[in-house]
Design a protein around this ligand. Structure first.
Ligand SMILES: C[S@@+](CC[C@H](N)C(=O)[O-])C[C@H]1O[C@@H](n2cnc3c(N)ncnc32)[C@H](O)[C@@H]1O
Length: 334
């Protein structure tokens, strides 16, 4: 009988409060920095996760279509690289898991005893995902974790013995700058065993107008997605942000190789956030930095794998060569 469920990571039994406190602290610290910033992991409350699904369906947002094409074509070949009859599929930043379903289908055809371990900071996304995967794959064991990647990984990897395929899809790696990506991948390496596999999705460097179109759609869905962070502060922390007084703006920085996304205050204003017991001052046209989305060349991907203790097993791209899914193996000895 398959088991299905998830747990909210609760160090010191703080439970959901832990995430609420981390959010409040990040807002408090981030809005006092110069430039102001709010980390992108807070995009994804229930509303943010829902708007992200709309983004995935936009004609300009080629990333989801490209990665879907890769997985539909190559997931069985990827699975042949996994050994044995048992497999844990760990899905970091799983979201709605619409692409992971393709991997799980191939995993179940390959191994008899498959456990799915989605990890996501959004409890709304996790609840929907666990219910949906449980219906789609009744034979699958599902053991989700709601929490930040790093906390969830440490929790998952304690005493781990089963072979693992970790997924980091959808260009999630792009939210880290290069040094942070190296640290993160090395942290994952620590939690995995020799021979485990990691599949990482990288958005490729490409024509800048195509990149920009994917992050600034004409319908304004991405703008709504970013502005939702302010709405979330209003909802959860008693903020008084007037969303009409902020514009969404994104640029591609060719020196960094990254899309940068901002909200810009249209005027001088002071915004109170009740739960933080203070107001934040904005100059006219002052930005809040919300997101980086770093882009990669194939050589960048190889360097990153080698620098963090992995061997590149195979590399898969879509028919337009917009995206790369790179399959790595953990090397801890010989
Ligand atoms: C861009 S979506 C990608 C979803 C899916 N993997 C895909 O490829 O379509 C990013 C997902 O990662 C989650 N996420 C973002 N930052 C996170 C963090 N620091 N820890 C855990 N989950 C995070 C979000 O809640 C969201 O569901």
């Amino acid at each position: 009988m398959a088991t299905t469920g998830y747990r909210v990571l609760a160090p010191q039994d703080l439970g959901k409060d832990l995430l609420a406190r981390q959010f409040a602290l990040d807002v408090l610290n981030g809005l006092q920095e110069s430039p102001k910033r709010i980390p992108s992991r807070w995009f994804y409350d229930d509303e943010g996760s829902r708007i992200f699904q709309e983004i995935c369906d936009l004609p300009e947002y080629y990333l989801t279509r490209a990665e879907t094409e890769i997985l539909e074509r190559y997931a069985p070949a990827m699975m042949r690289r996994a050994s044995g009859d048992a497999l844990d599929v760990v899905d970091l930043g799983a979201g709605d898991g619409r692409k992971t379903g393709i991997v799980l289908q191939a995993a179940l055809a390959h191994a008899r005893d498959v456990q799915y371990v989605p990890i996501d900071i959004s409890e709304g996304a996790m609840a929907g995902l666990v219910a949906q995967m449980g219906t789609q794959f009744p034979q699958l064991h599902i053991s989700g974790i709601v929490g930040d990647y790093a906390d969830a990984l440490h929790y998952f990897s304690r005493g781990k013995t089963r072979p693992t395929l970790a997924l980091f899809l959808g260009s999630n790696i792009g939210n880290f700058d290069y040094p942070a990506a190296r640290l993160f991948l090395r942290d994952m390496w620590e939690g995995l065993n020799h021979g485990d596999l990691l599949l990482v999705g990288f958005d490729r460097k490409k024509d800048i107008s195509r990149l920009l179109a994917a992050y600034a759609d004409p319908k304004g869905v991405t703008a709504r997605f970013d502005l939702n962070v302010l709405a979330r502060i209003n909802r959860e922390l008693g903020g008084e942000f007037d969303l009409k007084r902020f514009d969404y703006h994104c640029v591609y920085n060719p020196v960094l190789g990254a899309i940068e996304a901002y909200l810009v205050s249209r005027e001088r204003q002071s915004v109170r956030v009740a739960a933080l017991g203070r107001a934040f001052e904005f100059e006219a046209w002052e930005p809040i930095h919300l997101e980086y989305s770093f882009k990669y060349n194939p050589t960048d991907v190889h360097h990153l794998a080698r620098a963090t203790g992995y061997e590149v097993v195979s590399e898969f791209t879509d028919s337009h060569e917009h995206f790369i899914d790179s399959l790595w193996r953990v090397r801890k000895h010989g």
